[in-house]
Design a protein around this ligand. Structure first.
Ligand SMILES: Cc1ncc(COP(=O)(O)O)c(C=O)c1O
Length: 461
């Protein structure tokens, strides 16, 4: 069997792209274009690292990424192989884009413009601050017993961050460190829901919330939103939990006005429901300051979930859950039973970023960049743009009939899109695109928007 050691691989040390990402990208491209074929053997990580003059970790990380994406197969004790089903991507023209499934997280092929929401701009990191944080994580003992509430120092730092950034009147005693919003929501669901309970999710709304509630046995109840957010008058009285995104409704983009917040909390007090406030991208507002969090209006009825997924990236795996102390204790107990925890080193790294002000600096820089990208979308697609000047995505409203064809034709031209249709539980009632500008460069955002504009039928333009 041929050893593929003669592949033309190279790394660019001047590039801001991490070495492992470069190596993985070149191998992926070789498999995508058929230069590496199913069943072929790859060099060992040792051989690859020698060949490229990089550390063994770089080679291992690149392979791990490709394993995770399903490109590679490890046969125990006998090396690394291109997976049998690692077929080259079809050419853009032949690629079938399913409107409902268009957000499946396959990485975009090289050269494509990926305007699906969900990821921030990792090239904006201050790499010196990032490395310092991870060195601090590694210096400390790794054998501490996990605390279901999280590290006390980080809980203090997060409480401080929330008081400053979100005007949330919170002490460390109300904060639990999670692995992100999904993890926090699942812990709430595991504590409060089960067969025979009903849980509301905004419609359209975050798919993961529906799946999490359903996987804990609850009946999922779609709760309609309008351009400002959840419609309180349409909420049934028998929900145990309601999942909402009041700072920036996902995906429509509205901000729940104060009077409606008051009515929502009055509904929760009357019915006994717990309102889960997903504050996923509240750090990113480009016009006025964010409204104070719902949690601050009634800390007895609200659970606030936050995440670093939009500021640092989803694979960092860190978030927070803020809740009344008795509910937090119940969640911590359930968490212990589930043997669920947040990684200690990740908590230490994030504590360093917070302590040194690196996270705040990063957010300030990213706000400027995202505001510019959003302005490009408004420039290109202004009349169709909906939602607040916030976050890492906008909704582009289009007539129902236009969306599937537009997504397909954009796919044929190398632009990956997501739709509001895909975020419904029942029959779609809000139609259009959900454009993410977190992970595409400003130039790509412009390229993608130009393609969309060309594809909007003249009658709608
Ligand atoms: C509405 C919403 N909430 C939260 C998140 C982040 O979830 P997590 O912190 O689990 O990565 C996302 C990510 O895409 C999202 O779209």
């Amino acid at each position: 069997m041929r050893l593929t050691i003669d592949l033309p691989l190279a790394v660019d040390r001047e590039s801001p792209v991490p070495l492992a990402v470069q190596v993985a990208g070149q191998l992926r491209e070789a498999m995508r274009t058929g230069r590496l074929r199913a069943g072929e053997r790859l060099p060992s990580t040792r051989a690859l690292s020698t060949l490229l003059g990089v550390s063994r970790t770089v080679a291992t990380d690149a392979y791990q990424q490709l394993y995770a994406e399903g490109w590679l197969d490890g046969r125990h004790g006998s090396g690394t192989y291109v997976a049998d089903d690692a077929l080259p991507y079809e050419k853009p023209g032949a690629r079938a884009v399913d409107v409902r499934g268009a957000v499946r997280r396959e990485p975009a092929p090289p050269g494509w413009v990926d305007l699906r929401p969900g990821r921030p701009w990792v090239f904006g990191y201050d790499t010196a601050a990032w490395r310092r944080a991870w060195r601090s994580a590694g210096e400390l003992a790794l054998n501490a017993f996990p605390d279901p509430y999280g590290h006390p120092e980080l809980r203090e730092l997060l409480a401080d961050h929330l008081r400053r950034a979100r005007a949330v009147p919170v002490g460390a005693g109300n904060v639990m460190v999670t692995r992100g919003t999904g993890n926090g929501l699942d812990l709430i669901a595991a504590t409060l829901l089960g067969p025979g309970t009903r849980a509301g999710v905004e419609e359209p709304g975050w798919r993961a919330a529906r799946r999490i509630f359903a996987s804990r046995g609850a009946e999922v109840v779609p709760c309609p939103v309008d351009e400002q957010g959840v419609i309180v008058e349409a909420l049934p009285d028998d929900l145990r939990v309601l999942y909402t995104t009041p700072a920036h409704q996902f995906p429509v983009g509205g901000r729940l006005p104060i009077p409606r917040r008051e009515r929502l909390l009055a509904w929760a007090r009357r019915t006994g429901a717990i309102v889960v406030e997903d504050d996923y991208d509240a750090e990113f507002r480009y016009d006025v300051a964010p409204l104070p969090a719902l949690y601050g209006l009634d800390p007895g009825r609200v659970v606030l979930l936050g995440t670093l997924s939009k500021s640092l990236g989803p694979d960092v795996g860190l978030g927070w859950l803020v809740a009344p102390a008795d509910l937090l204790d119940a969640v911590a107990e359930r968490r212990t039973h589930l043997a669920d925890r947040t990684s200690g080193p990740v908590q230490r790294a994030v504590a360093t970023l917070l302590e040194r002000g690196d996270l705040d600096r990063h957010l300030r820089r990213m706000r400027l960049e995202y505001a510019r990208r959003r302005a490009v979308i408004v420039e290109e697609l202004g009349p169709y743009v909906r939602g607040d000047t916030a976050g890492l995505h906008v909704m582009v409203a289009l007539p129902a009939g236009v969306v599937p064809g537009l997504v397909r034709r954009a796919g044929e031209r190398g632009v990956l899109l997501d739709t509001t249709e895909a975020h419904h539980h029942g029959p779609p009632r809000v139609h259009g695109l959900v454009l993410g500008y977190g992970s595409a460069s400003r130039a790509d955002v412009r390229r993608g928007c130009a393609v969309i504009r060309e594809l909007i039928p003249p009658a709608e333009a």
